[in-house]
Design a binder for this molecule. Sequence first.
Ligand code: AMP
Ligand code: MG
Length: 317
Amino acid sequence: MNTQFLDSYSIQQAAELLQRGATVVFPTETVYGVGANAFDEQAVRKIFQAKGRPSDNPLIVHVSGIEMALRAAAEVPTPARMLMDRFWPGPLTLVLPRSAEIAPSVTAGLATVGLRWPRHELCQKLLELAGVPVAAPSANRSGRPSPTTFEAACFEMAGRVAAILRGPPCQVGLESTVVGFEGENVVIYRPGAVTREELEHVLGCPVRLVSNRDVAASPGLLHRHYQPNLPVKIYEAPEQAAPVSGEWIIGPPDCRGPWPGRFILIADIEDYAHRLYSLFREAEAAGVSGLWCWLPPARGLGQALRDRLLRASGKRP
Ligand code: AMP
Ligand code: MG
């Protein structure tokens, strides 16, 4: 497929491609997504083709506001509405009963749909111009780390989609928090930049992080995910790391040891999230034989980083 490379001046063209049933890669504040009209079954199928994504893995639908979300969902429980009001636009996906208009492939046969209103300015403009909800998973080939820069999105998707829209590097760098509503309970299917602590603060009740074992409600999480093409090894305390020559090690200042390989210093947890997938790609391109990654404590954004790092290292979080 002949892919067009577009910048913000050509955003109208990108919106028209979406309206005509084509696939467009675009930036969001989390990662780059590969999108298609969520009401158009033929268009949505092109996303699965471009990614080589298993058809049992549902897609997140991006909306341009609460009004459009209310059209895509059949029902919005009170806690969901509270979270929309507080965290939208932002990196939070809400899994809600689906409306009949959503194309069947989007939800992989589930009765629910994951909805998100992104806060990225260019992305918001694209969604407004398109005027339809846009189903968009991360713009990587299935199983690979999500692209967080225009260059990474091109590396993954050039030749597989109609267009790729250029934006600056994604601010957050990790995928959205995915939240579901099970009876009275609010649960996190996938941790992300909106943290468990923030959700609990707004709702005033405990929010559980569901583990891989009981995540049948969010089938995509059972698939292999987020893995670069090199061994990722994890450590919590510096004495657990044992890099050999040719390996790189990522960590905070107090993990800087007498390592033989390159040490990559991360400033804080946001910086870590922002750079992690780019560092995966940089290490891949440099032919590094192993990448040692510091596993941060399980609080705040650390929960999302732990989830992605454990998966990248082949473990189940
Ligand atoms: P991605 O689009 O690659 O960021 O992955 C989206 C993930 O969100 C999927 O793998 C699912 O785990 C989750 N998800 C999306 N839609 C639903 C849904 N309707 N029900 C439960 N989980 C969902
Ligand atoms: Mg993905």
